[in-house]
Structures are given as structure tokens and as C-alpha cells.
Design a protein around this ligand. Structure first.
Ligand code: NAD
Length: 484
């Protein structure tokens, strides 16, 4: 396999200038670990604090810019992302390991998000003009930007998760300090490089790569950061929530899932298998919306498992850039070791092995694993804890009521799906699944870019991301009274 370009100019972007740092990191291609994708600057605490100060100084300028200016900036970023979806998709596939088709689609969606929020900049966060209860008084309710926002993102969707935070933040007039996950530093930098050429005032947008403990924590601790939006693990989210609450910063968390796909006896089984394969295993299961629990009604349990096993046998696992590959590698050695350890846990706790879960060798040295399927009990750890890899379990349910109860028997609440031809059950499920998003005859993973995204219970905290609802987090409400 021919190696791609090594990105060596992956620097920090602070106060409108590109900066190097005392230490650097290296990102490698998970499909071929001999290939270096980028050498990137790692910010220290002092640089993170400089970025926060720059954002603080830029805030008065950017927050009072015209909606037309903000719309133009966002539209320009969206246009470039869409125009360059192929080369940026290639970078994403090389650095994170999702297949080229998945990666190109992610970049395109990021472009659409910037375009959507260009429109939102013009429409504004929404206001009201209300008659006062007092004679001669006028009241209006308006929305203003919050201030400096710290955006902390995970490695699994390195374009789209940053896009759905940065675009609404800028659209509503906030200034930004963006901290991507280290494993995907070049993707964060590529996005920032486009933003750096979009005619923002210096300091309105800043990029600081580096460790969560040092750079991320600097954002969490700084009294100058008014709001924090974090996507990542539940454990880190919990710590950030406590720290933000202690200093009264606004906070929004998106923190994983243990999403169920319910398959009822009246479902189209081929469609249900498609939903399960796409939801549980594509992007190597490294999606917060992955269907890691397949809850199947007894009458079709064995037939569903047999069909799913057949499909798993046909999936092609390999280099993310190879034509025809369905599933790329997992992101790094640590993840692969964790996924294999989950396979051991499944066997040790007595789950019945159906397929996969083995480390695979390919022509290039990468982090390959076959998609794993087990039959589990609701008490098994593989049915309760987030795995974030290509491992799913099937749980048997006697009927719809038991399936719904199992679906809701989890500390998470991001997304839940049902495959059925019963309108009654579909409607009931949409109302009674305790989650932020429901899917009927669709995979749990794969969402639109213009509507709210997020979860309940352990999966999220604070207002939803994406769509018009993003204004709830990125603006604050002001009520104005005036004697006419
Ligand atoms: P992670 O929690 O390890 O890291 C997320 C980000 O937080 C990274 O940028 C990291 O550097 C930073 N960070 C780590 N410690 C920090 C600290 N003390 N202070 C501030 N920042 C800190 O998560 P990950 O391994 O990168 O991503 C996988 C997790 O993300 C999974 O649990 C997954 O479910 C979740 N996720 C959730 C969603 C969602 O929308 N619900 C989407 C994608 C991923």
C-alpha cells in the first residue's frame, strides 16, 4: 500500500496566528500503522490560556457583528468543506480508520451543518414581543450570545462533531476555543485551517490540540470560559459537569450510549438484519448511536440470529481505503485490546458466542477485528456497559412489553430503534422509549443534520445539539422592558 502525505504543518491556531509548541505528537493510520499521518503541535496550559484570552478579547467584536457577516463566514466554510469532501474524507479515513465512503459522507455532512447555521445566523435565535401586564409598558425577549465557549470533542467523528458545535457557536456570535481529540489532530487542524481563511476577527476561533488532562482541563477550569460543550466518555463528562457547576459555567454533555434495536415478530427480517448490521457494526461500532443491544421477540429470535450470522460472514473487514471494504480497523491499539478484552468478558460471563471477535491480519499492519455477536442475558456486562467497538449482543424478549422494558433497562438514553410493521407498536415505542431519539425501521446510527441530536439519562446533559434547538445552549435569554 502506498503511503499518503505526512501533514507536518499541523499547528495551533491562537489569536489569528499559527503557533508551534514545545512538544509534538504523531498520529498514525489505524489501517497501516507504519504510515504516519501527521506530526502535530501539542499545546501546553499556557497556550490554552492564551487562546482563552484571545477569545475573550474577540468576543465584543464578533458578538456585535452583523448577522449577514456571520452568515457569510459560515457559508464560506460550508462551501469549502463540500467542495473538498473527497480530499478531507481521505484524511479522515487515514487518520481515524472509517471507510473512505463513510469519511467522505461525514465531511459532506459537516459542510451542510455550516450551511444550515449560516441560515440560522440570519434567522437569529428567536425572540418574542409580548404585551406587558402593565399599561404603557412594552416587553421583548431576545437572545444574546453566551460568551467564550470551550468545545471538547472525541476522536470517532472528527469533522462532524466539531462542526455541530463550532457552527452554532459562531452563528450565534460566541467566540470559540476548540480542543479536538489527540488521535485525530490533523482532522481538527484541517477544519480549523478552513475556518482560519473565512474572515473571522482574530481570536474569534482558536484551535488547541493536546491532552485532555492539560489542555481540556484548562478550558474546564478557566473562569473566562462561559460555556463548555463536551462530547466524550461518561466518566470525563461527569467530571466536567461537576467542575462547570462549581463555577456556574453553562455546560452541555453528550456522553455515549447503549442503544437498543428492538425486532418484533412482525418485522421484515431482512430489513431488520440490515438495520442491525449498519447500526451495530459500520464505522467499526465506534459510534455513540451504535446498536449494541439487539432485542428480539422469541418467535423470530432464532431466524434473526441465523440471518444476521450469515450477513456477518459476508462483511469485508480491511484497509479503510480499499475498495469494497465494509468495515475498517478500530482506531488504535488500545481500542483493539479493549474490544478483545470485551470478547473475553462475554465468554467468561457465559454469553453464547455466535460470530467473530477475533483479531484479524491483513496485508498491512492495522487494528483489525471481526464483528462480534453474542447471545446474552440482560444482566451481562456486555448488555449493560458501553463498548464502543464492533460487538453486539442479542437479548430475547417474550413479547413487545418485555422488549420495551429491556430497551429502557439501561443507564443510557441516547437512541432506540424498533423494526416492526405494527403501527400500534411503532407509535407506542416512539412515546415510551426513554431516549433522545427514536428510529422505526431504521438503524439507530445515522441522523439528519438539521434536527436535534442528543440523549437523556447517562447519555447527555443540557440542551440538545444541532438544528434550531442549538440556540438554547449557544444563547442566553434577555427580557427587556420599556415605558413607551
Ligand atoms: P474521552 O472522554 O476520552 O475524550 C473526549 C475528549 O475529552 C477528548 O478531546 C479528550 O482529550 C478530552 N478530555 C479528556 N479528559 C479531559 C479532562 N479532564 N478535561 C477536559 N477534557 C478532557 O472520549 P473518547 O474516547 O475520545 O470518545 C469516545 C466516547 O465519546 C465514547 O464514550 C462515546 O460514546 C462518546 N461519544 C458520544 C457522542 C454523543 O454524541 N453522545 C458522540 C461521539 C462519541
Amino acid at each position: 500500500m502506498i503511503h499518503g502525505e505526512i501533514h507536518q504543518n499541523v499547528r495551533l491556531y491562537i489569536n489569528g496566528r499559527w503557533e508551534t509548541s514545545a512538544t509534538t505528537g504523531v498520529s498514525a493510520n489505524p489501517s497501516d500503522t507504519s504510515e504516519v499521518v501527521a506530526e502535530y503541535a501539542r499545546a501546553d496550559r499556557r497556550q490554552a490560556e492564551a487562546a482563552i484570552r484571545a477569545a475573550t478579547e474577540a468576543f465584543p467584536h464578533w458578538s456585535h457583528s452583523t448577522p449577514q457577516r456571520r452568515a457569510d463566514v459560515l457559508d464560506r466554510i460550508g462551501t469549502e468543506l463540500l467542495a473538498r469532501k473527497d480530499d478531507l474524507g481521505l484524511l479522515l479515513a487515514r487518520e481515524e480508520g472509517k471507510t473512505l465512503a463513510e469519511a467522505v459522507a461525514e465531511v459532506a455532512r459537516s459542510g451542510q451543518i455550516f450551511k444550515f447555521f449560516a441560515g440560522e445566523a440570519l434567522r437569529g435565535g428567536g425572540g418574542e414581543n409580548v404585551a406587558s401586564v402593565r399599561a404603557g409598558v412594552q416587553v421583548d425577549v431576545t437572545r444574546e450570545p453566551v460568551g467564550v465557549v470551550g468545545l471538547i470533542t472525541p476522536w470517532n467523528s472528527p469533522f462532524v462533531v466539531p462542526a455541530w458545535k463550532i457552527a452554532p457557536a459562531l452563528a450565534h456570535g460566541n467566540s470559540v476555543v476548540f480542543k479536538p481529540a489527540e488521535l485525530v489532530s490533523a482532522c481538527g487542524w484541517a477544519l480549523a485551517e478552513i475556518i482560519s481563511r473565512a474572515a473571522l476577527p482574530a481570536g474569534a476561533f482558536n484551535l488547541v490540540m493536546g491532552s485532555g488532562r492539560e489542555v481540556g482541563q484548562a478550558l474546564v477550569d478557566s473562569p473566562l470560559v462561559d460555556a463548555l460543550s463536551f462530547t466524550g466518555s461518561m466518566a470525563n463528562g461527569e467530571r466536567i459537569l461537576q467542575a462547570a457547576a462549581a463555577r456556574r459555567a453553562k455546560v452541555q454533555l453528550e456522553t455515549g450510549g447503549k442503544n437498543a434495536l428492538v425486532v418484533l415478530a412482525d418485522a421484515d427480517l431482512d430489513r431488520a438484519v440490515d438495520c442491525a448490521v449498519q447500526g451495530a457494526y459500520f464505522s467499526a461500532g465506534q459510534r455513540c448511536t451504535a446498536s449494541s443491544r439487539l432485542i428480539v421477540e422469541s418467535a423470530v429470535h432464532d431466524a434473526f440470529v441465523a440471518k444476521l450470522r450469515q450477513r456477518l460472514k459476508t462483511l469485508k473487514i480491511g484497509h479503510a481505503l480499499e475498495r469494497g471494504v465494509d468495515i475498517g480497523p478500530v482506531v488504535d491499539e488500545e481500542r483493539l485490546a479493549q474490544d478483545l478484552a470485551w470478547v473475553d468478558v462475554a465468554r467468561e460471563e457465559g454469553a453464547e458466542h455466535v460470530w467473530g471477535g477475533e483479531a484479524l491480519e491483513r496485508a498491512t499492519a492495522g487494528h483489525y477485528i471481526s464483528p462480534a455477536l453474542f447471545l446474552a442475558k440482560p444482566s451481562h456486562r456486555i448488555a449493560r456497559e458501553e463498548i464502543f467497538g464492533p460487538l453486539a449482543c442479542v437479548l430475547r424478549a417474550d413479547d413487545y412489553d418485555e422488549a420495551l422494558a429491556l430497551c429502557n433497562d439501561t443507564p443510557f438514553g441516547l437512541c432506540a430503534g424498533i423494526c416492526t410493521n405494527s403501527l400500534k407498536h411503532a407509535m407506542h415505542f416512539r412515546r415510551h422509549a426513554v431516549v433522545g431519539m427514536t428510529m422505526v425501521n431504521l438503524p439507530t446510527a445515522g441522523v439528519d443534520f438539521h434536527v436535534p441530536f442528543g440523549g437523556r439519562k447517562g447519555s447527555g446533559y443540557g440542551p440538545r445539539e444541532q438544528g434550531r434547538h442549538a440556540a438554547e445552549f449557544y444563547t442566553t435569554v434577555k427580557t427587556g422592558y420599556m415605558l413607551a
